[in-house]
Design a protein around this ligand. Structure first.
Ligand code: M6R
Length: 347
C-alpha cells in the first residue's frame, strides 16, 4: 500500500503534482460557490499548523489579487482576536481532516456572526457539515502524520478561490503549469538526500524567506521539528536583524528561500549577512541566479522560471524532502513522529 516507497510520507510527496492537478479540476465547483457569495469587505483565515501556513499565503493572495483586507488567525487564538465579525466577513477554515478541535470550535463561534467556508480534504468530516459553504481539496487520503500533499492541495484551492473572486483569467491559465514545476522539483531528490546526510546532526536550523516565501520558510521549519526532532525556526528574512541574527554562528544551517521576484535582492542581502557570520547556507532559487549560488554552501536550483507568486507550491517540495531524508538518516519513522497525532481532536 506504500506503492513501493519506504514510507507513506515519501509516497505522498511524490503524489503532489497529481493532487494539485486534481484540485485544479475543482475550479467549476469553486466558481459555483463564489457566485453565491454576497459582497464581502473582510476575509479571515482560521487554521492550525500546516493549514495555518497555507492560510498565510492566502492573505497575500487575497489582498494582492482580490483587494480585500485579510487576516490570518490561529484557530486556538480565534476567540481572543476575532472581535469584529459581521455578515460582510467571510471566515475561511482550512483543515485537512475537518476534525481539528480548535478549528471546529472557531467555526462554531464564527457561524453565529459571519459567513463561513471550509476547505477540507476529508469528505463528510465535521467541518463540511457545519460550515455555510464547503470546498474540497483532492489530495486523496493522507496517512503520514506530516501534512504534505494536502498542504499543496490546500494552496491550490486557495489560489483558485482568490483567482475566481478576483476574476483573473491570466492567473487561471498560469496555474496549469504548476504540476509540471512540481514534478521537476521532485527530480532534485538525490541531491537533497546528500544535503540531508550532511546536516543530519545539526542542533538548530533557521529557515528564512520574504513575502510569499515567508510561509514557505515557516512550513519548512515545522516539517523539520515534526519529523526530525531538530530545533528549526522559520523567520521572515527581514526580521533576522531584530534578534535571531545573534544566534547565527559558524556552521549553523540557514535554509534560504530566494525565488526570483520583487523580494529577491533583499533576501539575498540577508543571505550575505548570515554568510558573513559563518552560517552554512542551503539556498533554494533559480538556476540563473549566479550570485545566490556563489553565496551558498548548497543550492537547490529550479530550471523553470517560476515567479514569486507561484513559488510556494514548487518551493515547498525540496523542504519536505529534506526533512524526510533527515528523519530517515536519524533513524526516525517519519510517518509516526512521537507525541503527535494525524488528527488533533482535543483543544
Ligand atoms: O487537519 P488539519 O489541517 O486541521 O490539521 C492541522 C494541523 O494539526 C496539521 O497541519 C499539523 O500541523 C501537521 N501534522 C503538520 O505536518
Amino acid at each position: 500500500e506504500k506503492g513501493g516507497y519506504d514510507h507513506f510520507m515519501l509516497k505522498e510527496i511524490h503524489e503532489e503534482p497529481d493532487a494539485v492537478k486534481k484540485t485544479i479540476m475543482e475550479v467549476s465547483d469553486i466558481k459555483k460557490v463564489v457566485e453565491k457569495f454576497p459582497k464581502f469587505n473582510r476575509i479571515c483565515f482560521v487554521a492550525c499548523g500546516t493549514s495555518y501556513h497555507a492560510s498565510m499565503i492566502g492573505k497575500y493572495l487575497f489582498e494582492g489579487i482580490v483587494g480585500i483586507p485579510t487576516d490570518v488567525i490561529l484557530a486556538s487564538e480565534f476567540e481572543f482576536s476575532a472581535g469584529a465579525l459581521d455578515e460582510k466577513t467571510l471566515v475561511i477554515f482550512i483543515s485537512q481532516s475537518g476534525e481539528t478541535a480548535d478549528t471546529l470550535k472557531a467555526l462554531r463561534t464564527a457561524n453565529e456572526k459571519a459567513e463561513t467556508l471550509a476547505i477540507v480534504n476529508v469528505l463528510g468530516s465535521t467541518a463540511t457539515r457545519e460550515a455555510d459553504h464547503v470546498l474540497y481539496t483532492r489530495a486523496g487520503p493522507e496517512i503520514g502524520v506530516a501534512a504534505t500533499k494536502t498542504y499543496v492541495s490546500q494552496l491550490t484551492c486557495i489560489y483558485l478561490l482568490a483567482i475566481c473572486m478576483g476574476q483573473n483569467e491570466k492567473l487561471l491559465e498560469e496555474i496549469h503549469k504548476i504540476p509540471e514545476y512540481m514534478k521537476n522539483a521532485l527530480e532534485k531528490e538525490d541531491q537533497i538526500k546528500d544535503i540531508a546526510k550532511k546536516y543530519k546532526d545539526a542542533k538548530d536550523f533557521f529557515f528564512i524567506g520574504r513575502g510569499f516565501s515567508y510561509p514557505t520558510a515557516m512550513e519548512g521549519a515545522l516539517k523539520l521539528k515534526e519529523i526530525t526532532y531538530i530545533h528549526g525556526e522559520g523567520y521572515a528574512a527581514g526580521e533576522l536583524k531584530h534578534g535571531p541574527l545573534a544566534l547565527i554562528e559558524d556552521n549553523v544551517p540557514v535554509v534560504a528561500v530566494v525565488p526570483p521576484g520583487e523580494s529577491h535582492d533583499r533576501t539575498l542581502g540577508n543571505v550575505q549577512e548570515v554568510k558573513a557570520r559563518g552560517a552554512s547556507v542551503i539556498a533554494l532559487g533559480s538556476c540563473n541566479d549566479a550570485v545566490l549560488r556563489s553565496e551558498s554552501n548548497d543550492i537547490i536550483e529550479f530550471e523553470d522560471e517560476i515567479r514569486d507568486l507561484w513559488s510556494p507550491l514548487p518551493y515547498v517540495v525540496p523542504l519536505q524532502l529534506l526533512s524526510y531524508y533527515m528523519s530517515v538518516e536519524r533513524g526516525i519513522d517519519p510517518d509516526k513522529p512521537k507525541n503527535l497525532a494525524k488528527c488533533v481532536t482535543v483543544e
